[in-house]
Ligand binder design. Structure first.
Ligand code: ARG
Ligand code: ZN
Length: 872
């Protein structure tokens, strides 16, 4: 696609060069003013190159240079040059001190990258390349410096002044200003720098590390939110303890600070000693947050904490290594959550997320390896592939080596690389060297994009009493990688007899990990007097698409007998997908096939199953997931098929659903069992409402009652969502009521916006137009924009409306957003990249939407790259 006026530089992984200079110290002095902030920086440079350097390029963006001195002397014009990308020092000496003064404009900074002023606070976001928007520097992760930061601000607006490390001194100044000086003893790359100034309340606690050091824990929030930090603080302490127990890693500063803000581009940021969080992952009370919100807080708090070792103490050589910290840290936070809650349910949720976000990415034009080869804007590579698939690769190493051996590899990794900026290769090498294992084949996973298809066939030989399993792999081509090599795929498996027991596999083990390294391999298991049913890819032991050899009866059997929770869930999902695809192909087949009916009945009838897991088993696959299984996504048919299966299951099991709904009613509690019971009960309510005959509003009465009387937000919101999405006659009143009750809680108003935008009704487009001019809508707050536009894009029948109206509307909004916040605009644009998956008229309309965006004046580098790669 031709894009107007872009000359984006493409950064290639192979072009990496060690920096010719290092900066040992950075002293920053900031006079904070929303309109005009002055930043003085003092940087100590040392040459590390052997040959003389004639030009030293410093990064700088949107900076107004006020003065520039080297070793105390103002630089003459022939000694430096200003460029679009920063500042070039000409013939610099071997070592020198550079002092610069620049002016920046935090309130006007709507990109939320660098230093910005939002909601009355000054905040920073420097990953990936935000620090260059604060001062001229070597803004690259392999340049580690010791930071000293002095903040000046008016005492009245900004009583709290925070930066990384330890607070060394504070004082008052004239005109009601004050200052604070912070020092971080650990050298760090600029992307981990942070500062915060504002009027914040603090919630304080303490943690004693395994070696007996006391750490002060602080969460900074608005005064009225101090009661809503219990889950965040508790999760932090549990995460600190877990990292000591499982990895032997302690926290290394005396103070750990977390700041919550409503204005944030991502989830959270692991700045050394001073994490900055999207408020969504900090604030929760039973009245204002759902069980899922609590779960999200636990995992993101842990994720950022774990970065202190995997990311900060050992950091990245360059941005192509992003998954070194993100994939590894996601793996760590997933394992933490699995240990805190139910391992089986956690795995199902993690795989669901991988399939919803990463599989489609890997199958479309934006596919890239976990270690990408090129980028034009690195912020576009904070993807499900780098994060979630990256975590799956670490998980496979864990599976292949075993728990104790993995830990040895981690120990060696930390021992070798503490304080360094390293590569994915260094990580894999540590795993190999600690265990004398060869992972050379495994490295291909990092360089090869695309989701492998794993085809399994099996046969039982009654004469030989043996079962032979054949596995084949194939990875479809992806952009720039037409030919794929086989990758090593660990397939955890068992064979079940007709009683559902695992049988011994050529020995005493009743479970085994087969390693498929070639394109095709076979395994034979002997001494099997009776036929067996294979349970393959247990726990989803590799990020592949499994084409299973099982027929419906075998699936139904596994759905109630497999002792692997993931596979049990997968079996019932497979049955549901199959039934749904049949209905999609022929709407007159709308029925409940007997294998699925048996599986549902067995699950509904088995009160022994843990309620959270039971809710997973009984949840139908999403429309997106069903669509993913089709060569061309039939948007409307998928929607109707799923609706009708919900209705059928709702109607056929009314007494069972009703029983669950009544039996599971309980006063609010926050333990795991209560959470599972709420989940199952709300699922029952959704089936009851789906199964209600047209016009008859009996079940909606339950929802209305639940909405009005719930003693917690999980139940209230579940009822609210059902009433709004089914457009019951009083949906309007309920929307108004919700808004009136919760308008002072931004996170709940985000939900209020998102649920409306996700309503599958023809009139939704018009309503979303109204939402965009609602007084509570704010283009500058990413959470709000994502609620409406993200909610809209996740609404299949409205976003993909056959007349193309959804796409045209959406592109129009992205065009507007791009001028304010390119990072968020680019991220929201990715659904348009999936155009090849739809029918010809939709392809055409999505192409036009992309073309319209491509022609936008002042198109950001972020959005330009997404459009370019989406439609080359
Ligand atoms: N490192 C952060 C994390 O924990 C994500 C920050 C990404 N920010 C960005 N602007 N790309 O996952
Ligand atoms: Zn992270």
């Amino acid at each position: 696609m031709t894009i107007s006026g872009t000359n984006a530089v493409v950064v290639q992984r192979g072009d990496y060069k060690v920096p010719s200079y290092q900066i040992s110290e950075i002293a920053l002095d900031l006079r904070l003013d929303p309109e005009n902030t002055e930043v003085s920086a003092c940087l100590h440079f040392q040459c590390t190159a052997t040959a003389p350097v004639t030009e030293l390029h410093l990064d700088g963006e949107s900076l107004e240079l006020l003065s520039l001195q080297r070793d105390g002397r103002t630089l003459a014009e022939h000694e430096y040059r200003l460029t679009d990308a920063g500042l070039v020092l000409l013939n610099p000496p071997e070592s020198f001190v550079l002092e610069s003064r620049v002016r920046i404009h935090p309130a006007a900074n709507s990109t939320l990258s660098g230093l910005y002023h939002a909601g009355g606070q000054f905040l920073t976001q420097c990953e990936a390349e935000g620090f260059r928007r604060i001062t001229y520097t070597l803004d690259r992760p392999d340049c580690l410096a010791r930071f000293t930061v002095t903040l000046h601000a008016p005492q009245k607006n900004c009583p709290v002044l925070l930066a990384n490390g330890n607070c060394m001194a504070t004082g008052d100044e004239e005109d009601g200003w004050h200052w604070a000086r912070w020092e971080d003893p650990y050298p760090k790359p600029a992307y981990l720098f942070a500062m915060v100034a504002g009027d914040l309340a603090v919630v304080r606690d303490q943690y004693r590390t395994a070696s007996g050091r006391d750490v002060v824990l602080e969460i900074y929030v608005a005064e009225r939110d101090t009661g809503a930090c219990v889950q965040a603080m508790d999760s932090l302490k549990r995460a600190m303890h877990w990292d000591e127990e499982v990895y032997g890693r302690e926290y290394d500063l005396d103070r750990y600070m977390i700041v919550a803000t409503d204005s944030f581009n991502m989830g959270a940021m692991e700045n050394k000693g001073l994490n900055i969080f999207n408020a969504k992952y900090v604030l929760a009370s039973p009245e204002t947050a759902t069980d899922n919100d609590y779960q999200g807080i636990e995992s993101v708090i842990a994720h950022e904490y774990f970065h202190n070792w995997t990311g900060n103490r050992v950091t990245l050589r360059d941005w192509f290594q992003l998954s070194l910290k993100e994939g590894l840290t996601v793996f760590r936070d997933q394992e933490f959550s699995a240990d805190q809650n139910s391992r089986g349910v956690q795995r199902i949720d993690d795989v669901r997320r991988l399939r919803a976000a990463q599989f489609p990415e890997d199958a479309g034009p934006l596919a890239h390896p976990v270690r990408p080869d090129a980028y034009s804007e690195i912020n576009n590579f904070y993807t499900a592939t780098v994060y979630e698939k990256g975590a799956e690769l670490v998980r496979m190493i864990h599976t292949l080596l075993g728990k104790a051996q993995f830990r040895q590899g981690m120990d060696l990794y930390f021992q070798r690389h503490d304080g360094q900026a390293v590569t994915i290769e260094d990580f894999v090498a540590a795993m190999e060297d600690a265990n004398q294992r060869d992972l050379s084949g495994f490295r291909r996973w990092y360089g090869q994009a695309g989701t492998p298809i794993l085809r399994a066939t099996g046969s039982y030989d009654p004469a030989r009493h043996s079962y032979t399993l054949t596995l084949r792999q194939e990875t479809p081509a992806t952009p720039g990688q037409p030919v794929k090599e086989p990758v090593p795929i660990p397939v955890r498996m068992a064979l079940l007899n007709t009683q559902g027991q695992r049988v011994p596999l050529n020995g005493t083990d009743r479970e085994s990990i087969l390693l498929l390294e070639q394109t095709e391999q076979s395994w034979t298991f002997d001494n099997l007097p009776d036929p067996v049913i294979p349970s393959l890819l247990r726990g989803f032991s590799a990020p592949v698409r499994l084409e299973s050899p099982l027929d419906d009866d075998a699936r139904s059997f596994l759905a109630s007998h497999d002792d692997d929770p993931f596979n049990r869930w997968e079996s019932i999902q497979d049955l549901a997908v199959k039934a749904l695809l049949a209905t999609v192909a022929d709407a007159s087949l709308a029925s409940l096939p007997s294998a699925l009916r048996h599986a549902v009945a067995a699950t509904l009838g088995d009160a022994q199953i843990d309620p959270a897991f039971r809710a997973e088993l009984l949840s139908l696959p999403s429309e997106d997931y069903i669509g993913e299984q089709m060569p061309v996504i039939a948007v409307e048919a998928v929607h109707h098929a799923r609706d009708s299966l919900m209705r059928t299951i709702g109607m056929q099991f009314v007494p069972e659903w009703m029983g669950l709904y009544h039996d599971l009613a309980a006063t609010y509690q926050r333990d795991g069992l209560s959470i599972g019971r709420r989940r199952l009960r709300n699922l029952a309510l959704s089936y009851l409402i789906a199964g209600d005959h047209e016009g008859h509003e009996g079940m909606a009465l339950y929802a209305r009652q639940q909405y009005a009387q719930a003693d917690n937000m999980t139940d209230r919101l579940a009822a609210f969502q059902l009433l709004v999405q089914h457009r019951h006659h009083d949906a309007e009143d309920i929307l108004l009521d919700f808004y009136r009750r919760w308008h002072e809680y931004p996170l709940l108003i985000d939900k209020w916006f998102a649920i409306q935008a996700a309503t599958p009704r023809p009139e939704t487009l018009r309503q979303v137009e109204h939402l965009l001019v609602h007084p509570a809508f704010d283009w500058r707050v990413p959470n709000r924009v994502r609620a409406v536009l993200g909610g809209f894009a996740a609404n299949p029948t409205v976003f993909h409306a056959a007349d193309g109206s959804g796409y045209a509307f959406y592109a129009e909004q992205l065009r507007r957003l791009d001028d304010l916040n390119p990072q968020t605009a680019a991220r929201l644009a990715t659904p348009l990249s999936r155009w090849q998956r739809y029918d010809a008229p939709r392809q055409q309309a999505m192409g036009e939407a992309l073309k319209m965006l491509a022609g936008k004046p002042k198109l950001s580098r972020d959005l330009a790259e997404v459009i370019q790669r989406s439609h080359p």
